[in-house]
Ligand binder design. Structure first.
Ligand code: NAD
Ligand code: UDP
Length: 312
């Protein structure tokens, strides 16, 4: 059945891919964004369509809309951007999430919250399972995001228990793909842009910290399946369980771009998690899903994308 779907943060990296996917499934999309890290060019080819509408709005302000589903993705995701105005990041995750839950409650919409592996902080359990409560510094420079997203999960469950709001929580692990900004600041985009410009690749710390990178198309399918699942609320880990050190990532990027760049070492930011890998047994079981696109293949796509961005 055709649904009217609100995607907050819809002009951002993941939101733009999700909006396109939902339209391809035959749904109507209301794309809402304050354009902090999002941009119109991410959704250029969607504007003008009858089944697509773009709304400039900040979710920390209430909004009245009639929708069947809400994907709440609005929130800067790169440390550089969420630390730029940390108080605003907290407001987005508290006031913004309350507004979206209030909307869901009023119109009886199902709401999916884009949570994050950052709720596990610098994890002492590895790989991370959904029942792990995490190891988070409440007063550090990452706290506005980590604790913000943890409160957002609390709000989701409280609205669910108190008001019967129909919820879904996705704990998204590091995701990459086209439509990331050149100045995004996250590691995949930084390394590729540096390699293509012939600049040194900036490794923070000794480069032995790990992350597990999921290609955006795989993630979007999982978000959709979670939203459409009949009763499973989550939280659910969504990510690619193949784990790499940042040194390995840098080597792959240098090889695939054919760049002469070298790596240089810069100080490790405060509270940077040492290791991260999702246990996705639950997603496999509940959604019959697992990522299909492995790092090398995904990196090639993103390298092509950034080549075009840099030449434009
Ligand atoms: P992004 O920064 O590209 O997109 C976020 C979008 O939200 C941008 O378009 C931005 O302009 C918009 N936005 C920010 N604050 C807003 C507000 N107050 N009101 C309205 N719009 C607002 O980031 P992304 O990587 O696409 O992440 C999307 C969501 O997924 C975020 O909630 C993020 O926390 C979550 N997530 C992403 C990753 C990842 O690796 N990409 C991992 C975990 C969680
Ligand atoms: N990182 C790095 N060089 C960069 C950007 C990031 O070595 O230019 C490291 C960062 O310190 C972290 C990892 O790469 O250990 C992933 O960083 P990112 O900001 O992409 O995501 P997050 O830390 O939020 O998982």
């Amino acid at each position: 059945m055709k649904k009217r779907i609100l995607v907050t943060g819809g002009a951002g990296f993941i939101g733009s891919h999700l909006s396109r996917f939902l339209l391809a499934q035959g749904h109507e999309v209301l794309c809402l964004d304050n354009f902090f890290t999002g941009r119109k060019s991410n959704i250029n080819e969607l504007s003008g369509r009858q089944d697509f509408e773009l709304i400039r709005h900040d979710i920390i302000e209430p909004i009245l809309l009639e929708v069947d589903q809400i994907y709440n993705l609005a929130c800067p995701a790169s440390p550089v951007h969420y630390q730029y105005n940390p108080v605003k990041t907290v407001k987005t995750n508290v006031m913004g999430v309350i507004n979206m839950l209030g909307l869901a409650k009023r119109v009886g919409a199902r709401i999916l919250q884009a949570s994050t592996s950052e709720v596990y902080g610098d994890p002492e359990v590895h790989p991370q399972t959904e029942d792990y409560w995490g190891h988070v510094n409440p007063i550090g420079i990452r706290s506005c995001y980590d604790e913000g997203k943890r409160v957002a999960e609390t709000l989701m469950l409280d609205y669910h228990r108190q008001n019967r709001v129909d919820i879904r929580i996705a704990r998204i692990f590091n995701t990459y793909g086209p439509n990331m900004l050149v100045a995004d600041g996250r590691v995949v985009s930084n390394f590729i842009v540096q390699a293509l410009r012939g600049a040194d690749l900036t490794i923070y710390g000794d480069g032995r910290q790990t992350r597990s990178f999921c290609y955006v198309d795989d993630l979007v399918l999982a978000l959709y399946r979670l939203m459409e699942s009949s009763s499973f609320t989550g939280p659910l880990n969504l990510g690619n369980p193949h784990e790499f050190t940042m040194l390995e990532l840098a080597e792959q990027v240098i090889e695939l771009t054919g760049s002469r760049s070298r790596v240089i070492y810069q100080p490790l930011p405060e509270d940077d998690p040492a290791q991260r890998q999702p246990n996705i047994a639950k997603a496999r079981k509940e959604l019959n899903w697992e990522p299909r696109i492995q790092l090398k293949e995904g990196l090639k796509q993103v390298i092509d994308y950034f080549r075009q961005e840099l030449s434009a």
